[in-house]
Design a protein around this ligand. Structure first.
Ligand SMILES: NC(=O)c1ccc[n+]([C@@H]2O[C@H](COP(=O)([O-])OP(=O)(O)OC[C@H]3O[C@@H](n4cnc5c(N)ncnc54)[C@H](OP(=O)(O)O)[C@@H]3O)[C@@H](O)[C@H]2O)c1
Length: 412
């Protein structure tokens, strides 16, 4: 298997040596609404990590820093965290920025008065939202200062270091941290995330956008060992590719047009295989090979002329005949208590989740062919990136998972 550059959610190649500038004197961004000055880089506001935070003051203030705050995922994270009652933004990092008002990168956030700086923030939790390879290079410094690291990029998603040169074309510079990292999909790995929060070093590799939608949509089938053969046909809005300018993402190229890309080698394939095989192991069959259809996932992404949203259409030939009642029971059992997963009777639309942390799923068996069709939608920047990151933060720091994430989707 080889992996070459593809479009959404695969941004320009960067090497781990290109980490941002070392920490210097911290900036002092103000928090929204005229609240107090954010944490400085010294003294009592030093990073504590989730363990110490919970021991200190359950329900208190978590200091948070964002590295890569100038990008789409970083900006969305700021937007969401502004409404998080337990979070104070301690620092926003952007390369080559020096006390730059956030309005220069995110005009919609100008009223916050926040600034972006090149110091690595010191905080209880640090989010990295960078092109692949960069967070891995900075991780040792971040965890050494006592911060929990939550990477929105792919540097801590794949468990096997050998997968990084294969799929991402770089050698992982921190395999010892990778070995401790937890795949940060709370619906499937909540207990491991909590266990990671109790360790000295807490590293969360947050899932990619396509894998979030696809893994959640297929997990109940995978756990039951029902995926005999699988084709994943997925569509993404253009923000999935980040904001770095590229000719094939120009309005005139994307508007009124649909195209497939990343044929046979989209990097997110590796995550889907890893996680869906793990679900087979967790189910009654108890084996990674419980689902023949997930050994090599047949994944085809498409670029859609819309800003946000992912629709994943998963075509499954089950390992044995299934009924609709059985499917309904499986999904109800898996997601009945999940605040962010809605199982619905009709095919979902990306508009149903736009701006929210919700994943909406519909699963049907075709009575004529016996095939199963599992459909899922998310907002790639919320449940597919920043919202999921906030959800993970809540898990680590012992808060209700919905904290700061209660907003309903925007429609029409
Ligand atoms: N977009 C999504 O829907 C989505 C969903 C899930 C995960 N992700 C992942 O999240 C990460 C960020 O994605 P994004 O969509 O926010 O991308 P983006 O909009 O292109 O932002 C990238 C950020 O990284 C910074 N950056 C780029 N090259 C850098 C370098 N060499 N050194 C230091 N900083 C650098 C950029 O700073 P400048 O402003 O200076 O260029 C910007 O802050 C990626 O790994 C992506 O795969 C994205």
């Amino acid at each position: 298997m080889t992996a070459t550059r593809s479009t959404p959610d695969n941004i320009s190649t960067a090497t781990s040596s290109e980490g941002s500038a070392p920490a210097t004197a911290g900036s002092e961004p103000t928090s929204v609404g005229g609240a107090s000055k954010a944490a400085s880089n010294a003294g009592s506001e030093r990073a504590l990590g989730p363990r110490a935070y919970r021991a200190r003051s359950a329900g208190g203030t978590i200091t948070v820093g964002i590295i890569g705050a100038t990008g789409y995922a970083g900006g969305e994270l700021v937007r969401l965290l502004l409404h998080h009652p337990n979070v104070r933004l301690a620092g926003l990092h952007g390369r080559n920025r020096d006390n730059q008002p956030i309005a220069a990168s995110h005009p919609h956030l100008s009223a916050t008065g926040l600034v972006i700086d090149q110091a690595i923030p010191q905080a209880d939790a640090i989010f990295t939202a960078l092109p692949h390879g960069l967070a891995a290079g900075m991780a040792a410094e971040i965890v050494a200062q006592g911060s929990a690291l939550l990477d929105i990029g792919p540097d801590f998603r794949l468990h096997d270091p050998a997968d990084y040169p294969l799929w991402y074309k770089f050698d992982h510079p921190a395999p010892e941290l990778l070995a401790q990292a937890v795949y940060g999909l709370p619906e499937l790995h909540r207990d491991e995330m909590r266990a990671a929060a109790d360790r000295q070093t807490t590293v969360i590799g947050l899932p990619g956008c396509y894998p979030t939608a696809t893994i959640l949509t297929l997990a109940p089938l995978a756990r039951a060992g029902l995926i005999g053969d699988l084709a994943v046909d997925a569509k993404s809005g253009v923000s999935g590719a980040g904001r770095e300018p590229k000719a094939d993402l120009l309005f005139s190229e994307v508007n009124e047009s649909v195209k497939a890309y990343g044929l046979f080698n989209h990097r997110h394939t590796a995550e889907m295989e890893q996680e869906l095989q793990a679900q087979g192991e967790r189910g009654p069959v108890g084996r990674r090979d419980a689902n023949p259809g997930v050994a090599m996932v047949d994944f085809l992404p498409h670029l859609m002329p819309m800003t946000r949203g992912i629709l994943t259409s998963c075509h499954v030939r089950p390992t044995r005949p299934v009924t609709q009642a059985e499917l309904d029971a499986l999904y109800s059992e898996a997601y009945g208590n999940e605040p962010f997963v809605q199982v619905v009777a009709d095919p979902p639309s990306t508009k149903h989740v736009f701006g929210s942390n919700v994943c909406r799923i519909c699963v049907k068996v075709d009575p004529r062919s016996g095939r199963v069709l599992a459909l899922g939608v998310i907002d790639n920047l919320v449940k597919g990136a920043a919202g999921q990151a906030v959800q993970a933060l809540n898990v680590l720091f012992g808060l209700p998972e919905t904290t700061g994430l209660e907003q309903f989707p925007i429609a029409p």
